[in-house]
Write a protein that binds this ligand. Structure first.
Ligand code: SF4
Length: 208
């Protein structure tokens, strides 16, 4: 099966991800909100900086928004995101006893949390079977012919049909890394790709 082979080969080259070392669902939720439209090399230090000062929903809910903004100033849309994580913290305290919910319906009710973020939390914080589709997952799944879709939502649903359930939790991590390293949005490195023999989109360069 194509999807299983893709996951199997990628697991062979990528070691466990950063998030696998994190057991705190609140950390994963905040980090994923901060990561929206922001690169990992900016998101991770900003999250670490924030949590070195404000490490709980109680602390963030009571914080001065300007302090939060300063700590996360390097991430895109930092003012909007500061407001969101304060609001999320307040909702968690008021409605969820300060805990991050472990189901998609409740996660989607939180401000700034869409399907990708909710599925990242389910995958990385709770190790539940979920497929978080970002631009890398959407692009690569279509290039490989795992799905033929126009939107991340369609891709999520399509992948759920072709990827065995026990492998769902690996899809985001592996395809994001692969998309950053090899199957990039522009000029994918098909010459060195370990999936080239499976891929209908491979670009063959003619050299003289
Ligand atoms: S062969 Fe090229 S397009 Fe296909 S998965 Fe590899 S890098 Fe991406």
């Amino acid at each position: 099966m194509l999807a299983s082979e893709v996951i199997s080969r990628l697991r062979g080259i990528y070691p466990p991800a950063f998030f696998e070392r994190i057991n705190d669902p609140f950390y994963v939720l905040v980090s994923t909100v901060l990561s929206q439209r922001t690169r990992d090399n900016v998101t991770i230090p900003a999250t670490e900086k924030l949590f070195s000062v404000y490490g709980s929903p109680q602390a963030i809910a009571a914080a001065d928004p300007e302090d939060i903004e300063k700590l996360i100033k390097d991430v895109g849309f930092h003012r909007v995101k500061a407001g969101r994580i304060i609001e999320i913290s307040r909702i968690l305290l008021e409605e969820y006893e300060g805990k991050v919910p472990d189901n998609i319906d409740d996660l989607l009710k939180l401000p700034g949390v869409g399907r990708k973020t909710a599925n990242c939390v389910l995958t990385y914080a709770f190790r539940k079977d979920a497929i978080a589709v970002d631009t890398h997952v959407h692009r690569i799944s279509n290039r490989l012919g795992l799905v033929t879709t126009n939107t991340p939502e369609e891709t999520e649903s399509g992948l759920e049909h072709v990827v065995p359930r026990q492998l769902w939790q690996y899809v985001n991590e592996l395809l994001v890394r692969f998309g950053q390293d090899v199957c990039r949005p522009i000029s994918p490195k098909c010459d060195v790709c370990l999936l080239a023999d499976l891929c209908p989109s491979r670009v063959i360069r003619i050299t003289e």
